[in-house]
Write a protein that binds this ligand. Structure first.
Ligand SMILES: Nc1ncnc2c1ncn2[C@@H]1O[C@H](COP(=O)(O)OP(=O)(O)OP(=O)(O)O)[C@@H](O)[C@H]1O
Ligand SMILES: [Mg+2]
Length: 329
Protein backbone atom coordinates (compact mmCIF):
# COMPACT_ATOMS: atom_id res chain seq x y z
CA UNK A 1 0.00 0.00 0.00
CA UNK A 2 2.75 2.44 0.96
CA UNK A 3 5.39 0.91 -1.34
CA UNK A 4 4.73 3.20 -4.30
CA UNK A 5 4.56 6.26 -2.04
CA UNK A 6 8.05 5.55 -0.66
CA UNK A 7 9.37 4.24 -4.02
CA UNK A 8 10.00 0.76 -2.64
CA UNK A 9 9.92 -2.52 -4.53
CA UNK A 10 9.02 -4.73 -1.58
CA UNK A 11 7.82 -4.49 1.98
CA UNK A 12 11.07 -3.65 3.82
CA UNK A 13 10.06 -4.86 7.27
CA UNK A 14 8.26 -8.07 6.48
CA UNK A 15 8.37 -10.42 9.48
CA UNK A 16 9.12 -13.56 7.46
CA UNK A 17 12.73 -14.66 8.03
CA UNK A 18 13.86 -14.31 4.42
CA UNK A 19 17.55 -14.81 3.51
CA UNK A 20 17.16 -12.23 0.73
CA UNK A 21 16.75 -9.62 3.48
CA UNK A 22 19.71 -10.77 5.60
CA UNK A 23 21.63 -7.85 7.07
CA UNK A 24 25.18 -8.64 8.03
CA UNK A 25 26.15 -7.84 11.65
CA UNK A 26 29.19 -9.08 13.52
CA UNK A 27 27.22 -11.49 15.68
CA UNK A 28 25.03 -12.78 12.87
CA UNK A 29 28.14 -13.35 10.74
CA UNK A 30 29.91 -15.21 13.53
CA UNK A 31 26.91 -17.38 14.25
CA UNK A 32 26.39 -18.17 10.57
CA UNK A 33 30.08 -19.07 10.25
CA UNK A 34 29.80 -21.38 13.28
CA UNK A 35 26.78 -23.10 11.73
CA UNK A 36 28.27 -23.39 8.27
CA UNK A 37 31.78 -24.51 9.18
CA UNK A 38 30.50 -26.74 11.97
CA UNK A 39 28.50 -28.64 9.37
CA UNK A 40 31.10 -28.54 6.57
CA UNK A 41 33.97 -29.60 8.84
CA UNK A 42 31.93 -32.36 10.52
CA UNK A 43 32.29 -30.92 13.99
CA UNK A 44 29.36 -32.85 15.43
CA UNK A 45 27.35 -30.55 17.70
CA UNK A 46 26.83 -26.84 17.02
CA UNK A 47 24.61 -24.74 19.28
CA UNK A 48 23.31 -21.21 18.62
CA UNK A 49 21.17 -19.41 21.17
CA UNK A 50 19.59 -15.97 21.25
CA UNK A 51 16.69 -14.01 22.65
CA UNK A 52 13.26 -14.10 21.03
CA UNK A 53 13.28 -12.36 17.66
CA UNK A 54 17.05 -11.94 17.29
CA UNK A 55 17.24 -13.81 13.95
CA UNK A 56 17.85 -17.48 14.78
CA UNK A 57 15.40 -18.92 12.28
CA UNK A 58 16.64 -16.48 9.66
CA UNK A 59 20.19 -17.74 10.25
CA UNK A 60 19.06 -21.33 9.75
CA UNK A 61 17.46 -20.37 6.45
CA UNK A 62 20.70 -18.65 5.42
CA UNK A 63 22.56 -21.82 6.41
CA UNK A 64 20.26 -23.93 4.24
CA UNK A 65 20.87 -21.62 1.32
CA UNK A 66 24.63 -22.05 1.76
CA UNK A 67 24.35 -25.82 2.17
CA UNK A 68 22.36 -26.07 -1.03
CA UNK A 69 25.53 -24.96 -2.80
CA UNK A 70 27.42 -27.93 -1.40
CA UNK A 71 25.43 -30.53 -3.38
CA UNK A 72 26.49 -33.36 -1.05
CA UNK A 73 24.44 -32.49 2.03
CA UNK A 74 21.13 -33.95 3.16
CA UNK A 75 19.34 -32.45 6.11
CA UNK A 76 16.35 -33.00 8.33
CA UNK A 77 14.84 -29.78 9.65
CA UNK A 78 12.81 -30.08 12.85
CA UNK A 79 10.98 -26.95 13.91
CA UNK A 80 8.72 -28.39 16.58
CA UNK A 81 10.53 -29.37 19.75
CA UNK A 82 7.47 -30.75 21.50
CA UNK A 83 7.76 -34.34 20.31
CA UNK A 84 8.29 -37.62 22.10
CA UNK A 85 11.58 -39.40 21.25
CA UNK A 86 9.72 -41.83 18.99
CA UNK A 87 7.77 -39.10 17.18
CA UNK A 88 11.00 -37.19 16.78
CA UNK A 89 12.77 -40.15 15.17
CA UNK A 90 9.80 -40.78 12.90
CA UNK A 91 9.80 -37.17 11.80
CA UNK A 92 13.55 -37.14 11.16
CA UNK A 93 13.50 -40.34 9.12
CA UNK A 94 10.55 -39.15 7.07
CA UNK A 95 12.31 -35.84 6.46
CA UNK A 96 15.34 -37.75 5.17
CA UNK A 97 12.94 -39.48 2.80
CA UNK A 98 13.02 -42.84 4.62
CA UNK A 99 9.87 -44.87 5.37
CA UNK A 100 9.00 -44.33 9.02
CA UNK A 101 5.36 -45.06 9.72
CA UNK A 102 4.46 -48.09 11.78
CA UNK A 103 8.06 -48.69 12.91
CA UNK A 104 9.10 -48.99 16.53
CA UNK A 105 11.99 -47.10 18.04
CA UNK A 106 14.66 -49.75 17.52
CA UNK A 107 13.64 -50.22 13.87
CA UNK A 108 13.77 -46.47 13.34
CA UNK A 109 17.23 -46.26 14.93
CA UNK A 110 18.50 -49.14 12.84
CA UNK A 111 17.24 -47.58 9.62
CA UNK A 112 18.75 -44.23 10.55
CA UNK A 113 22.13 -45.70 11.38
CA UNK A 114 22.21 -47.69 8.09
CA UNK A 115 21.31 -44.50 6.22
CA UNK A 116 24.11 -42.58 7.95
CA UNK A 117 26.71 -45.29 7.47
CA UNK A 118 25.81 -45.54 3.79
CA UNK A 119 26.09 -41.77 3.30
CA UNK A 120 29.29 -41.65 5.33
CA UNK A 121 30.88 -44.34 3.15
CA UNK A 122 30.14 -42.13 0.13
CA UNK A 123 31.66 -39.09 1.89
CA UNK A 124 28.28 -37.33 1.95
CA UNK A 125 27.28 -35.03 4.81
CA UNK A 126 24.09 -35.49 6.79
CA UNK A 127 22.71 -32.84 9.10
CA UNK A 128 20.01 -32.77 11.74
CA UNK A 129 18.81 -29.20 12.35
CA UNK A 130 16.55 -28.41 15.27
CA UNK A 131 15.01 -24.96 15.60
CA UNK A 132 13.23 -24.02 18.85
CA UNK A 133 15.52 -26.54 20.57
CA UNK A 134 14.84 -24.92 23.97
CA UNK A 135 11.50 -26.76 23.84
CA UNK A 136 13.14 -30.19 23.65
CA UNK A 137 12.68 -32.29 26.78
CA UNK A 138 15.78 -33.51 28.60
CA UNK A 139 14.81 -37.01 27.51
CA UNK A 140 14.82 -35.98 23.86
CA UNK A 141 18.08 -34.04 24.21
CA UNK A 142 19.66 -37.18 25.64
CA UNK A 143 18.26 -39.17 22.71
CA UNK A 144 19.85 -36.66 20.32
CA UNK A 145 23.16 -37.02 22.14
CA UNK A 146 23.00 -40.77 21.56
CA UNK A 147 22.55 -40.11 17.84
CA UNK A 148 25.85 -38.25 17.90
CA UNK A 149 27.52 -41.54 18.88
CA UNK A 150 27.00 -42.72 15.33
CA UNK A 151 30.50 -42.22 14.03
CA UNK A 152 33.32 -44.04 12.32
CA UNK A 153 36.83 -44.09 13.77
CA UNK A 154 37.69 -40.84 12.03
CA UNK A 155 34.44 -39.01 11.25
CA UNK A 156 31.09 -38.04 12.70
CA UNK A 157 28.27 -39.38 10.58
CA UNK A 158 25.61 -36.95 11.77
CA UNK A 159 26.10 -33.22 12.22
CA UNK A 160 23.69 -31.80 14.76
CA UNK A 161 22.62 -28.16 14.90
CA UNK A 162 20.58 -26.99 17.90
CA UNK A 163 19.15 -23.49 17.82
CA UNK A 164 16.98 -21.98 20.50
CA UNK A 165 16.25 -19.34 23.08
CA UNK A 166 18.57 -18.79 26.09
CA UNK A 167 16.64 -21.44 28.05
CA UNK A 168 18.54 -23.93 25.88
CA UNK A 169 21.83 -22.77 27.42
CA UNK A 170 20.31 -23.22 30.85
CA UNK A 171 19.13 -26.73 29.97
CA UNK A 172 22.54 -27.66 28.62
CA UNK A 173 24.08 -26.46 31.89
CA UNK A 174 22.09 -28.99 33.88
CA UNK A 175 24.05 -31.83 35.46
CA UNK A 176 21.99 -34.47 33.69
CA UNK A 177 22.99 -33.10 30.28
CA UNK A 178 26.69 -32.64 30.98
CA UNK A 179 27.63 -35.38 28.48
CA UNK A 180 25.88 -33.47 25.72
CA UNK A 181 27.43 -30.18 26.80
CA UNK A 182 30.91 -31.69 26.55
CA UNK A 183 30.26 -32.73 22.98
CA UNK A 184 29.39 -29.25 21.72
CA UNK A 185 32.14 -28.27 19.31
CA UNK A 186 30.97 -24.77 18.41
CA UNK A 187 28.67 -22.34 20.19
CA UNK A 188 27.48 -18.88 19.26
CA UNK A 189 25.07 -16.40 20.77
CA UNK A 190 22.95 -13.80 19.08
CA UNK A 191 22.23 -10.59 20.96
CA UNK A 192 20.03 -7.58 20.26
CA UNK A 193 21.57 -4.94 18.01
CA UNK A 194 23.22 -1.86 19.46
CA UNK A 195 22.11 1.63 18.43
CA UNK A 196 24.47 1.93 15.46
CA UNK A 197 23.59 -1.55 14.26
CA UNK A 198 19.90 -0.70 14.58
CA UNK A 199 20.40 2.37 12.38
CA UNK A 200 22.36 0.32 9.82
CA UNK A 201 19.78 -2.46 9.95
CA UNK A 202 16.91 -0.08 9.14
CA UNK A 203 18.90 1.53 6.34
CA UNK A 204 19.99 -1.77 4.80
CA UNK A 205 16.52 -3.31 4.89
CA UNK A 206 15.20 -0.19 3.14
CA UNK A 207 18.03 -0.41 0.60
CA UNK A 208 17.31 -4.10 -0.08
CA UNK A 209 13.71 -3.04 -0.70
CA UNK A 210 14.70 -0.52 -3.36
CA UNK A 211 15.00 2.71 -1.34
CA UNK A 212 17.10 5.29 -3.13
CA UNK A 213 20.05 6.48 -1.04
CA UNK A 214 20.04 9.84 -2.86
CA UNK A 215 16.55 10.67 -1.54
CA UNK A 216 15.98 12.20 1.91
CA UNK A 217 16.12 9.34 4.46
CA UNK A 218 12.77 7.75 5.26
CA UNK A 219 14.03 7.10 8.80
CA UNK A 220 16.28 10.04 9.80
CA UNK A 221 18.91 9.40 12.49
CA UNK A 222 16.77 10.64 15.40
CA UNK A 223 13.90 8.42 14.27
CA UNK A 224 16.19 5.38 14.11
CA UNK A 225 17.31 6.23 17.67
CA UNK A 226 13.68 6.25 18.79
CA UNK A 227 13.22 2.82 17.15
CA UNK A 228 16.24 1.56 19.07
CA UNK A 229 14.90 2.98 22.31
CA UNK A 230 11.57 1.15 22.00
CA UNK A 231 12.78 -2.08 20.39
CA UNK A 232 15.93 -2.48 22.50
CA UNK A 233 17.58 -3.59 19.29
CA UNK A 234 15.48 -6.73 18.80
CA UNK A 235 15.13 -7.19 15.03
CA UNK A 236 11.57 -8.50 15.14
CA UNK A 237 10.42 -5.52 17.21
CA UNK A 238 12.37 -3.15 14.95
CA UNK A 239 10.46 -4.60 12.00
CA UNK A 240 7.08 -4.29 13.71
CA UNK A 241 7.71 -0.70 14.75
CA UNK A 242 9.09 0.36 11.36
CA UNK A 243 6.33 -1.35 9.38
CA UNK A 244 3.64 0.37 11.42
CA UNK A 245 5.49 3.67 11.30
CA UNK A 246 5.55 3.50 7.50
CA UNK A 247 1.81 2.88 7.42
CA UNK A 248 1.18 5.87 9.69
CA UNK A 249 3.54 8.12 7.72
CA UNK A 250 1.81 7.10 4.51
CA UNK A 251 -1.60 7.89 6.03
CA UNK A 252 -0.24 11.35 6.88
CA UNK A 253 1.43 11.62 3.45
CA UNK A 254 4.78 12.28 5.16
CA UNK A 255 7.88 11.22 3.16
CA UNK A 256 10.01 11.00 6.31
CA UNK A 257 9.04 9.24 9.52
CA UNK A 258 9.35 11.56 12.49
CA UNK A 259 10.27 10.25 15.98
CA UNK A 260 6.76 11.11 17.29
CA UNK A 261 5.32 8.46 14.99
CA UNK A 262 7.67 5.88 16.53
CA UNK A 263 6.60 6.87 20.05
CA UNK A 264 2.92 6.58 19.00
CA UNK A 265 3.46 3.12 17.50
CA UNK A 266 5.37 1.98 20.59
CA UNK A 267 2.50 3.16 22.77
CA UNK A 268 -0.03 1.30 20.62
CA UNK A 269 2.04 -1.87 20.87
CA UNK A 270 2.57 -1.34 24.59
CA UNK A 271 6.33 -1.55 24.22
CA UNK A 272 7.54 -0.37 27.56
CA UNK A 273 11.05 -1.66 27.15
CA UNK A 274 10.93 -4.28 29.88
CA UNK A 275 10.88 -7.41 27.78
CA UNK A 276 14.57 -8.25 27.91
CA UNK A 277 16.77 -9.67 30.60
CA UNK A 278 20.03 -7.94 31.27
CA UNK A 279 22.34 -10.57 29.77
CA UNK A 280 20.41 -10.40 26.52
CA UNK A 281 20.79 -6.65 26.25
CA UNK A 282 24.50 -6.84 26.97
CA UNK A 283 24.99 -9.86 24.80
CA UNK A 284 27.43 -12.51 25.88
CA UNK A 285 30.84 -12.71 24.41
CA UNK A 286 31.42 -15.17 21.66
CA UNK A 287 34.84 -16.62 21.15
CA UNK A 288 34.30 -17.60 17.58
CA UNK A 289 36.71 -16.15 15.12
CA UNK A 290 36.84 -17.74 11.74
CA UNK A 291 38.92 -14.87 10.37
CA UNK A 292 39.11 -14.83 6.61
CA UNK A 293 36.86 -17.83 6.37
CA UNK A 294 33.89 -15.78 7.57
CA UNK A 295 34.63 -13.38 4.71
CA UNK A 296 34.68 -16.23 2.20
CA UNK A 297 31.39 -17.58 3.50
CA UNK A 298 29.79 -14.11 3.36
CA UNK A 299 31.02 -13.64 -0.21
CA UNK A 300 29.38 -16.90 -1.16
CA UNK A 301 26.20 -15.86 0.64
CA UNK A 302 26.08 -12.45 -1.10
CA UNK A 303 26.53 -14.15 -4.44
CA UNK A 304 23.57 -16.41 -3.63
CA UNK A 305 21.53 -13.38 -2.55
CA UNK A 306 22.25 -11.71 -5.87
CA UNK A 307 21.31 -14.87 -7.76
CA UNK A 308 18.08 -15.11 -5.79
CA UNK A 309 17.30 -11.45 -6.48
CA UNK A 310 17.74 -11.89 -10.21
CA UNK A 311 16.65 -15.49 -10.64
CA UNK A 312 13.26 -17.09 -10.09
CA UNK A 313 11.53 -16.14 -6.83
CA UNK A 314 13.03 -18.14 -3.99
CA UNK A 315 10.99 -19.37 -1.09
CA UNK A 316 13.62 -21.06 0.92
CA UNK A 317 11.73 -20.67 4.15
CA UNK A 318 8.65 -22.45 2.89
CA UNK A 319 10.81 -25.15 1.32
CA UNK A 320 12.63 -25.70 4.59
CA UNK A 321 9.45 -26.12 6.54
CA UNK A 322 8.03 -28.56 4.04
CA UNK A 323 10.98 -30.87 4.66
CA UNK A 324 12.34 -33.64 2.40
CA UNK A 325 15.76 -32.46 1.46
CA UNK A 326 18.43 -34.12 -0.57
CA UNK A 327 20.26 -31.00 -1.49
CA UNK A 328 20.95 -31.24 -5.18
CA UNK A 329 20.48 -28.22 -7.35
N1 LIG B 1 20.52 -10.06 10.53
C1 LIG B 1 19.26 -9.88 10.14
N2 LIG B 1 19.01 -9.38 8.91
C2 LIG B 1 17.75 -9.17 8.47
N3 LIG B 1 16.67 -9.45 9.18
C3 LIG B 1 16.84 -9.96 10.42
C4 LIG B 1 18.13 -10.20 10.96
N4 LIG B 1 17.99 -10.71 12.19
C5 LIG B 1 16.68 -10.81 12.40
N5 LIG B 1 15.98 -10.37 11.35
C6 LIG B 1 14.52 -10.30 11.19
O1 LIG B 1 13.94 -10.28 12.49
C7 LIG B 1 12.75 -11.06 12.52
C8 LIG B 1 12.86 -12.16 13.58
O2 LIG B 1 13.80 -13.13 13.13
P1 LIG B 1 13.63 -14.68 13.44
O3 LIG B 1 12.23 -15.11 13.23
O4 LIG B 1 14.71 -15.38 12.72
O5 LIG B 1 13.95 -14.65 15.01
P2 LIG B 1 14.10 -15.85 16.03
O6 LIG B 1 15.35 -15.57 16.81
O7 LIG B 1 14.02 -17.13 15.30
O8 LIG B 1 12.84 -15.64 16.96
P3 LIG B 1 12.09 -16.71 17.89
O9 LIG B 1 12.96 -16.89 19.11
O10 LIG B 1 10.78 -16.07 18.24
O11 LIG B 1 11.92 -17.98 17.10
C9 LIG B 1 12.57 -11.61 11.11
O12 LIG B 1 11.72 -10.76 10.41
C10 LIG B 1 13.96 -11.57 10.54
O13 LIG B 1 13.93 -11.47 9.15
MG1 LIG C 1 12.66 -18.68 15.34
Amino acid sequence: MYKAFFHLTRNPFDLTPNPDCFVSTRRHNEALAALYYGVRWHKGFVVVTGEVGTGKTLLLRCLLRLLKESKDVAYAYVFNGRLSPEEFLQYVLADFGLPASGKNKSELLLDLSRFLVDRGSKKLSTVLIVDEAHLLSEELLEEIRLLSNLETTDDKLLQIVLVGQPELDEKLDSVSLRQLKQRIALRAQLAPLNENETRDYIEKRLQISGANLQDAPIFPAETASAVYQHSQGLPRLINTICENALITAYARQARSVMPEIIHDVAREFRLNGGALREDAVMGRSSEINFGQQTGAMLDMFSRLQRTAAHGPASDLGAAAEQGGHELHI
